[in-house]
Design a protein around this ligand. Sequence first.
Ligand code: CP3
Length: 338
Amino acid sequence: MRFLAACRCQPVDATPVWFMRQAGRSLPEYRALRQGGSILEAIADPETAAEITLQPVRRYGVDAAILFSDIVVPLVAVGLEIDIVPGRGPVLGEPFSRPADLDRLRPLEPGEDLAHVLETIRLLSGELSVPLIGFAGAPFTLASYLVEGGPSRTFARTKVLMHAEPALFAELLSRLADISLAALRAQVGAGAAAVQLFDSWAGALSRAEYERFALPASRRVLEGLADLDVPRIHFGVGTGELLDLMAAAGADVVGVDWRVALDEAGRRVGAGRALQGNLDPALCLATPPVVEEAARQVLKEASGLPGHVFNLGHGVLPETDPGVLAAVVDLVHEETAR
Ligand code: CP3
């Protein structure tokens, strides 16, 4: 399988490609299925979640599927009242601020708490022709939703808490690490062939802050998967200054957004690790010649890497024309066939 081979820096017959948020609102067949009902309800129904996972594989011919779920699903499963508000993101009624809030985070028991997600993965194992990527939120990114009470641009509450009460923040991240690790191990047990840890908002941190406040918990998650022999992808947005640290946290593949060219990212990450990325999702709204040129540029910058998984630098934007993504998949395969 070329996706797993590229993750392991082994030879491939062509560069593998998949897209973050490939399942979702850019697909008419997704919108048709999702009519009415919340996204959390769709995730909780194994038949529906499996179908949504398969839709982009059929339409685009991507080399990997990603489980249709969300990073807040394990938090909802341990009893937090989180809504995913369309156009906004996850919102928690009562944000975390005090030591007593830690009691709201009981340990995850995946067999029971995530039974529906594990059933989705089992359904998919019989249907998929490509590897399935399981995923979880990194402790820092999850904590930011709990402390802010929702999406944030400044992460001010999170930063104040982590500097003012480092012991409380460390305990919060440690509990979130346990939850994410348990969720990922269970996903692999049910059939996921690779995992991605999404630290989407780690780019809000300085290197010193990342090393002190975020990295130890992410390392616990990634190193806690080492015995499972599945590639571990570690991704964040705006993390150009953190790429070496994110690699050292225990990643086999480092995800890169569009801000750093992949050849430069490869120098920052160091030898022996594959990279994933990094076409700007905004450019997928441009005309075909513009998208093609941008995709070729990514391939050129990736040509000296020991392993490359083609992807966007962040998720597919909802207004993207699916035909453009299908053309990108074909271009990547054709240009890199060997
Ligand atoms: O196709 C895939 O990539 C798999 C499905 C997936 C979803 N969320 C489904 C979803 C994945 C991998 C995620 C991860 C996720 N969720 C992240 C990390 C990735 C990233 O984008 O950085 C984050 C930060 C979240 C939290 C979250 N959930 C946000 C910010 C939003 C967007 C809110 C909005 O409406 O704009 C969601 C909702 C969400 N999760 C949608 C999907 C398809 C869109 C809502 C819908 O379809 O109703």
